[in-house]
Design a protein around this ligand. Structure first.
Ligand code: GLU
Length: 423
């Protein structure tokens, strides 16, 4: 990865922020030391019969970071860069994210090291079912509840739920969230992370005196988070000038037709921006996207997109972290110095897990909520979390990232003390 030192460790990056938040809160290390280590780490070997008859063994992971505030919660990622350090970092981020939005979950994350685009649908299904079997002893609706993440979707969740249910001897809808709507999925879940990004965009724009309609936006990532965020910001009246995916970035200084782009990409599995064309469209690199002179930049792809080498070139006024961990701590310091407002991932992208929580509640109670009710509840939670974070940051004279970590850490340490878990 460009500009990365070899020993970059995403889990250590998060813990640096946790330490700084703890010192601003006046905590001693003994108050929160348990949060610096995952409670449980599982590594599994997943043998899969490939379509050509050969057997391939993939590496899979599930990390349960903290169960202090509730069952472990967090997605499953299929990507070639997945390793234990990444999954550990993402699991810890879930613990803090769930605490920021104050939903009764701890944090977990899973993943398989695989390039999902190279697998047929049948191979993906067999991979998912075998991985579920291997995770079976440590997941469950009151233990650990997975969900979609990068390159996994409602279909993968349906296979996970079915496999778990067969092993469990009963249909167990509440074991995963992000399921298809006819199979215990929740209305609004698929758009929830992107909708959360929109809600946070509105709040931060109000605080900074920016009029959202007419403001310019660049979005890195065109998947379920980036694609939906781009679409909703476009519908809000923003001028989305650039959208990028693994195949490159499409750019139009007068604004892209986001409706057309997103429906093009969603028409078939595996569609990429390189195959989209429209009059007036320019192609730029993903690095150029990050450096555009826009009001709002939404990194909504993978970790460490913004690092020490490219941070000095960022010209956006606001960075809304749709992805998990898109900004390294070195880059964070540079952006702060430049006066760029960074709204952190554990707040900005929390809409997904909030609606996962609603899905789980509906599953446990065998009820169905309507979409307006879900979106309204999501909005209330996100707005409250935004203001809690803002006030915490303001009181401490710290960045929004530190404010978010302080808020979460305070809630986690309080719960931990009440349970008598600290020494
Ligand atoms: N993968 C999403 C995230 O990183 C959603 C997790 C969930 O819904 O449990 O927040």
């Amino acid at each position: 990865m460009v500009g990365m030192s070899k020993d970059y460790n995403p889990h250590d990056e998060i813990m640096k922020t946790v330490d700084r938040a703890a010192s601003l809160l006046g905590l001693e290390e003994r108050d929160y030391i348990q949060l610096k280590y995952p409670e449980r780490e599982l590594k599994v070997s997943v043998p899969v019969r490939m379509d050509d008859g050969s057997i391939k063994v993939f590496e899979g992971y599930r990390v349960q970071h903290s169960g202090v505030r509730g069952p472990y919660k967090g997605g499953i990622r299929y990507h070639q860069s997945v390793d234990m350090d990444e999954v550990k970092a993402l699991a810890a981020a879930m613990t803090f994210k769930c605490a920021v939005v104050d939903i009764p979950y701890g944090g977990g994350k899973g993943g398989i090291t695989v390039d999902a685009s190279k697998l047929s649908k049948g191979e993906l299904e067999r991979l998912t079912r075998k991985y579920t079997t291997l995770l079976y002893p440590i997941v469950g609706p009151h233990i650990d509840i997975p969900a979609p993440d990068v390159n996994t979707n409602h279909e993968v969740m349906a296979w996970f739920m079915d496999t778990y249910s067969v092993l469990n001897g009963q249909l167990t809808l509440g074991v995963v969230t992000g399921k298809p709507i006819p199979l215990g999925g929740s209305l609004g879940r698929r758009e929830a992370t992107g909708r959360g990004v929109l809600i946070i965009a509105r709040e931060i724009a109000k605080k900074l005196g920016l009029k959202l309609p007419g403001s310019t936006v660049a979005v890195q990532g065109a998947g379920s988070v980036g694609g939906t965020a781009a679409l909703l910001l476009h519908r809000e009246g923003c001028k989305v000038v650039a959208i990028g995916d693994v195949s490159g970035t499409v750019y139009n200084e007068n604004g892209l037709d986001v409706e057309e782009i997103v429906s093009f990409l969603r028409a078939e599995r595996g569609r990429l921006l390189k195959d989209y064309d429209a009059p007036g469209l320019e192609r730029i690199s993903n690095e150029e996207l990050l450096q555009l002179e826009v009001d709002i930049l939404v990194p909504a792809a993978l970790e460490k997109a913004i690092h020490e080498q490219n941070a000095p070139q960022i010209k956006a006024k606001i960075v809304l972290e749709g992805a998990n961990g898109p900004t390294t701590s070195g880059a964070d310091a540079i952006l702060e110095e430049k006066g760029v407002t960074v709204v952190p991932d554990i707040l900005t992208n929390a809409g997904g897990v909030v609606v996962s929580y609603f899905e789980w509640l509906q599953n446990l109670q065998s009820v169905k909520w309507d979409e307006d009710e879900i979106n309204e509840k999501l909005e209330n939670i996100m707005i409250k979390a935004f203001h809690d974070v803002w006030n915490m940051a303001e009181k401490a004279g710290a960045s929004l990232r530190l404010g978010a970590y302080m808020l979460a850490l305070d809630r986690l340490v309080t719960a931990s003390k009440l349970r008598g878990l600290t020494f």
